[in-house]
Design a protein around this ligand. Structure first.
Ligand code: FAQ
Length: 316
């Protein structure tokens, strides 16, 4: 066997035994690139995802709600940092990833291009958006790249708290006044379909799924994960006593699943191609914050350089 054939065979045997590929292991270039694409877009989603909820920090209805929301948003920032670090182990720099986000070359989850119009939207995001993220991320805990899989374990623990805090907001509103019930219903109506879009296009239309499934970068397909989410969400809507936004979401005893209506794919592609309500605003805000933080990065860099010089001087 040639060296190259041996490398491929070793890589494939690690994948087939459900073990992890680690940063120093040999890996095919396409595997590395696909991971960088998915992990960096996942990181961007966590960071851009701080903005819609951040919009409500100064208007949270009580000090308790404000403290919880602040801590949740900080968690999302932390998730972005673990994920950028995991992507860096594949040989891409943080600057390159940020540049790809800011020039629009790299995507982030479509859901964060929808505006948060009421306090109930904060509840709907925690319940539905974090809920959809967990369904996906639980399966990603078993993905084949070690640093990504390990980051997912910690992230899932925090997301499950986020999901509960969102549901608790929705429960409080749906047990409240007529007006509160109405804003809860409105938030559910606006966030339900975009949450289903978080799982990506149908399997038949998904450009990366077949390869990612073969390499165990993804462990379940877009449609299978979406079905899990629909199945877990329908009874939660019943408990809230709200109207389901999808009239076709009916239990099918033969399949053992809830049915679902068709997603508006035109809207999905329009949003991921930069034409959602908030795409421009989200990127502009990110660029402004990044520029404002330039002095912090420069100060840290020069401190690091100084420390390096001092340790060289000591050693020589
Ligand atoms: N939005 O071939 P596929 C969170 C793109 S974390 C935007 O099926 P793939 C936490 C896709 O990138 C949420 N773009 O792609 C939180 C590809 O474009 P490309 C993020 C989408 O990768 C909560 C093209 O369409 N979670 O919410 C979307 O096999 C609250 C073709 O699609 C993750 O990123 C979309 N919804 O499957 C934070 C999980 N769907 O790259 C704050 C990790 C598809 O060729 C507040 N990622 N596209 O230009 C994944 O599991 C996968 O990447 C999928 C897409 C399932 C998202």
């Amino acid at each position: 066997m040639t060296d190259a054939a041996e490398q491929i065979s070793h890589f494939e045997s690690i994948i087939s035994m459900d073990q992890c590929i680690e940063p120093k292991d040999w890996m095919p270039e396409a595997y590395r690139k696909n991971l960088i694409r998915q992990i960096s877009q996942h990181a961007h989603s966590e960071i851009i995802g701080m903005q819609p909820e951040g919009n409500w920090l100064t208007r949270a209805p009580s000090l308790r709600r404000k403290a919880v929301l602040l801590s949740k948003i900080q968690d999302e920032g932390g998730h972005g940092l673990y994920l950028y670090s995991a992507a860096e182990t594949l040989g891409i720099s943080r600057e390159e990833m940020i540049d790809a986000l800011q020039t629009g070359e790299a995507k982030y989850a479509s859901i964060f291009n929808y505006p948060t119009q009421t306090w109930a939207d904060v509840g709907a995001i925690g319940w539905l958006v974090d809920g959809a993220a967990i369904v996906n991320q639980i399966s990603l805990q078993r993905n084949s790249y070690g640093p990504y899989a390990r980051a997912m374990v910690r992230i899932c623990k925090e997301e499950s708290f986020h999901q509960r805090q969102g549901y608790e907001i929705m429960l409080t509103l749906s047990r409240g006044s007529e007006k509160q019930i109405q804003v809860a219903q409105d938030a559910l109506d606006r966030f339900y379909w975009p949450s289903l879009m978080m799982f990506g296009p149908h399997d038949s239309e998904s450009a990366h799924s077949a390869r990612s499934m073969a390499w165990k970068i993804k462990r379940e397909t877009n449609d299978d994960l979406r079905q899990k989410f629909v199945d877990q969400t329908a009874p939660q809507i019943q408990i809230l006593g709200l109207r389901h936004p999808d009239p076709k979401c009916i239990w099918d005893p033969e399949r053992g699943h809830y049915d679902m209506g068709e997603i508006n794919w035109e809207e999905f592609y329009s949003v991921i191609n930069g034409n959602g309500h908030c795409n421009r605003q989200r990127l502009e805000h990110h660029i402004d914050a990044h520029e404002e933080g330039a002095w912090v990065r420069e100060a840290m860099q020069s401190y690091h350089e100084k420390k390096k010089q001092q340790s060289y001087a000591k050693a020589s």
